[in-house]
Ligand binder design. Structure first.
Ligand SMILES: Nc1ncnc2c1ncn2[C@@H]1O[C@H](COP(=O)(O)OP(=O)(O)OP(=O)(O)O)[C@@H](O)[C@H]1O
Ligand SMILES: [Mg+2]
Length: 373
């Protein structure tokens, strides 16, 4: 630990986190072994840090690029203890780890962001309640604790609406769009979870996101809002920056800043937004980690979202979020990755592959950043 740690000690730190600054050479423990962990580890290495990946799977995209890995379930206390002993700070590239694991780690090592942030972001109802409580605009929603409750929720909220599993959804999984023709028994079964949330469908003009970083000493850095286009419920393209009116940009940035403050965030947060046709900005959901819509920053910004994440988690000053070129990020999903050779021949394209062996349909295999020069 650095002796400078004492300088930044404040009341907002709890458990093992006393606002420590981790000097290069320290080891960052990352919970999760996906591509976000991989790209974080690569950025960390560039600043002289080591990373240790904790993931239930062997040969994960993250562990392929780190010198140390723990392969164990997320609730294995002896593995968590060994992991805590081996690292100087803990962070997450994946928010769906049990609260008990995050809390266990937080009593042993600075854990950034705090387990509380994961707890909120893991569950859509909690997340929406938290946002609403903090005065952040969200679409109208109702809890749906059972099949029986669905009829009443539909009556109160109206249609069309989206029924989502409150927990464990990603890439549109666990979601059903309800219209007047939908059979609610089938919709409830397809949603698949024990607890649902019904959201009024937003008739948006476009989807956007803002990535915000907050440092140990409360400094905030924002990347400009970007536009996100989905295909089959999976992010397909990010257009950066988004073509938005200055007042919409200001509203989006103010929302991201407010949420980061409300969380006392240390780390990175992706804020997914709906921009309505009347220019209203609503929050869809939060991701307390690097976000797919921030991958363009790797090649187009002074500081990538991954370096920014490392800086925040290690207690360093944040970097410039300025971009030197507009960019379009395209995800390579499933067989899209077969175009890798062609992409390498494009002088404005930067290819990023995640080291996944099998190109299953719907699986994110890599992405390409195309700089608009
Ligand atoms: N209330 C809504 N109104 C209109 N469209 C919606 C609504 N909720 C979700 N969608 C659409 O479905 C997409 C996925 O929803 P959401 O972000 O909640 O789910 P997810 O499974 O966590 O997705 P991801 O992992 O891609 O972020 C949104 O990006 C949007 O296109
Ligand atoms: Mg989403």
């Amino acid at each position: 630990m650095s002796p400078r740690a004492a300088d930044v000690m404040t009341a907002e730190f709890t458990g093992a986190d006393q606002g420590q600054i981790l000097d290069p050479g320290a080891t960052i423990g990352i919970m999760g072994g996906g591509q976000l962990g991989r790209m974080t580890a690569l950025a960390a290495a560039r600043l002289g840090y080591r990373c240790h990946i904790y993931c239930p799977d062997e040969d994960s995209p993250g562990s392929q690029v780190t010198s140390a890995a723990t392969v164990a379930p997320y609730d294995d206390e002896s593995a968590l203890q060994r992991f805590a002993d081996a690292v100087d700070v803990v962070t997450f590239e994946f928010e769906n780890i049990p609260d008990s694991a995050a809390e266990f780690l937080a009593t042993r090592r600075p854990t950034r962001p705090k387990p509380f942030v994961l707890h909120i972001c893991q569950q859509r109802l909690r997340e929406k309640d938290f946002l609403a409580l903090n005065g952040v605009p969200v679409t109208r929603y109702l809890p749906v604790p059972s099949r029986e409750a669905l009829d009443d929720a539909v009556r109160r909220l109206g249609l069309p609406a989206i029924l989502k599993s409150a927990q464990f959804g990603y890439d549109g999984k666990g979601q059903v769009r309800l219209t007047a023709d939908t059979n609610l028994d089938e919709a409830w079964a397809r949603m698949g979870g024990p607890l649902g949330i019904l959201e009024a469908e937003v008739d948006f003009a476009l989807e956007a996101s803002v990535i915000v970083a907050r440092s140990v000493d409360g400094q905030v850095a924002l990347y400009p809002p970007v536009e996100n286009r989905h295909r089959h419920h999976i992010l397909d393209e990010t257009i950066a920056p988004a073509d938005l009116k200055p007042e919409t940009i200001a509203a989006a940035e103010a929302i991201a800043r407010k949420i980061a403050g409300a969380f006392e965030l240390v780390g990175l947060l992706g804020v997914e937004l709906f921009i309505t046709k009347s220019g209203e900005v609503l929050v869809n959901e939060l991701a307390p980690r690097p976000h797919n819509s921030g991958h363009w920053t790797m090649d187009a910004c002074v500081t990538s979202q991954f370096e920014q994440f490392v800086r925040a988690v290690c207690g360093l000053p944040l970097g410039s979020t300025a971009h030197h070129a507009p960019a379009v990020m395209k995800n390579l999903i499933g067989d899209d990755v077969k175009a890798w050779l062609e992409i390498l021949g494009d002088p404005d394209a930067k290819l990023h592959l995640y080291g996944k062996a099998e190109a299953r349909p719907g699986r994110k295999m890599g992405h390409v950043n195309k700089l608009k020069r």
